[in-house]
Design a protein around this ligand. Sequence first.
Ligand code: ZN
Length: 208
Amino acid sequence: MTAPDPALPPPERPAHLHVVRSRTDVDVPDAENAVAALLRALGRDPADPHLVDTPRRVADAYAELLTAPPFDLTTFPNDEGYNELVMATAIPVQSLCEHHLLPFTGVAHIGYLPGERILGLSKLARVLDLFARDLQVQERLTQQVADWLQDNLDPRGVGVVIEAEHLCMSLRGVRARGARTTTSALHGLVREDARSRQEFFALTGLRG
Ligand code: ZN
């Protein structure tokens, strides 16, 4: 065993990719006024004792649903040279449909083929949450998560699948209760290499 050579750089520290802050600024008092106006437009009296706190509750609920908590995204060098898929499956996802302001909920499967750096598994759920707390359509949400991982982690491939039920489809309109919408976004080898693609979809439980 030899003493550390002072001429060598210190061991590599984890790299902080981003400190992500909330992306949406909700004007809560303005939202409260708007909910009171909506109640009046729906033929209800916002001064009714049963409804008097509703504008505040609704405004708070939207503020929570549209604000992602800040988080530190730390990546680590892929020292072991791990070169198989890293997958997190059945991550719960909830978001708000931008067409009806109604929730859609389901699960996401996220995988990547590591390059130089790897990411803590729980961070995949954080990245998903960052984009899910927004007024969304499922296709864009799926793409944003895949693009973000591709751009920030520079992996050899990325796959994201979201399966969700939209309340705007199951409660109104066609009332297709239980119908699930599946969307996917693939990059790099997960898109181009048949074996990686197949393996990714096998791990999601879907056919590629
Ligand atoms: Zn909708």
